[in-house]
Design a protein around this ligand. Structure first.
Ligand code: NAP
Length: 297
């Protein structure tokens, strides 16, 4: 039937609550689903069978779905639904048919290398623009949660700088603006200044952050390089809160912030924390569309 995944054989190997949404969607679309690393999952899904990873029918698989972090440096596949560790091996990948695709969120070097060696297609869902834009929604909500938890004043009426006008920055700026904050957007490109103006925000050049700092109650960083430097931190008011969303190690001089008594929090992985169901549905939606388009059989 059109739009279904009938006859497709997919193995889901380990993961967290987000995988539940992926399994739900795959089974709804009539795929044949094998679950490895889910022995402690109480819920059962029609069309999904639990197997030990060694017993998976690799030679019949059209797709393998790994946790969003891929695999560890030891080859272990993290799973919250099993007490037994499970591993992905080169032999397993080599047993799959040539058209079998491997889905992951990000790909650590070992996984990239294993997929290359086995000559299997590796799809990194977090590299996709659509996934990043969808994920920016729970990320922005997570930033609101952090702001509420770590301040004793309302977002409404406070002055908030959002650094970076990319996918996360734009969504976050919009949400804080809609809550009544005075939002200043720090960027370096003229097109980002234009977008900030269009959104009713006040743009400033990111290298002017030190001059802006005295006016800010909350700073939300999305730029993955050191932009919140001692020069800026030194000029912040004591109550200023820094919420750093940028991937490790963030964009803040945390050591200097601590020395100055400025609260600075590196808040990573917010979609999986504040909205695991939505985060899972985002991945499930994109993954199943790719499986339909891929014509994997
Ligand atoms: P993005 O769309 O690439 O946006 C990044 C922005 O940073 C761009 O606007 C870019 O502007 C700007 N930028 C990069 N380097 C800069 C520099 N040296 N100076 C000034 N601006 C600079 O990325 P995204 O999807 O918004 O993600 C942003 C970060 O958040 C990433 O590190 C991502 O991993 C992380 N993230 C975190 C969470 C969480 O839960 N905490 C969730 C999702 C994503 P230009 O165009 O001028 O380069």
């Amino acid at each position: 039937m059109e739009g279904m995944l009938t006859d497709l054989q997919v193995a889901v190997l380990g993961g967290d609550a987000r995988q539940i949404e992926i399994i739900r969607k795959l089974t709804e679309l009539d795929a044949k689903v094998y679950l490895a690393g889910f022995d402690q999952l109480e819920q059962s899904f029609t069309g999904a069978v639990k197997e030990r990873v060694e017993d998976l029918p690799f030679e019949h698989l059209d797709a393998l779905v790994l946790p969003v972090a891929g695999i560890k440096a030891t080859g272990e596949i993290e799973t919250v639904f099993s007490s037994e560790p499970i591993y992905l091996t080169r032999e397993m990948l080599k047993k799959t048919p040539a058209h079998c695709s491997i889905f992951t969120g990000i790909s650590p070097p070992l996984l990239t290398e294993m997929a290359k060696e086995a000559d299997r297609k590796l799809i990194r869902l977090f590299d996709r623009n659509d996934v990043a834009i969808y994920n920016s929604i729970p990320t922005a909500e997570g930033a609101v949660m952090m702001a509420i938890q770590h301040t004793d004043f309302t977002i409404h009426g406070s002055t908030v700088a959002v650094l970076g006008m990319g996918r996360v920055g734009m969504s976050t700026a919009r949400v804080f603006h809609n809550l009544g904050a005075k939002v200043k957007a720090g960027a370096r490109k003229s097109e980002h200044f234009a977008r900030a103006i269009e959104m009713g925000l006040t743009p400033f050049a990111i290298d002017q952050l030190p001059q802006q700092s005295e006016s800010l109650d909350i700073i939300i960083n999305t730029i993955p390089s050191l932009v919140i430097t001692p020069q800026s931190i030194a000029r912040m008011k004591p109550h200023t809160l820094i919420i750093d969303l940028a991937s490790k190690p963030g964009g803040t001089d945390f050591r200097f912030a601590q020395k100055r008594g400025i609260k600075a929090i590196l808040a990573l992985g917010l979609p999986g924390i504040v909205a695991p169901k939505t985060a899972g549905q985002i991945l499930a939606g994109v993954l199943t569309e790719l499986l339909k388009d891929n014509n994997l059989q």
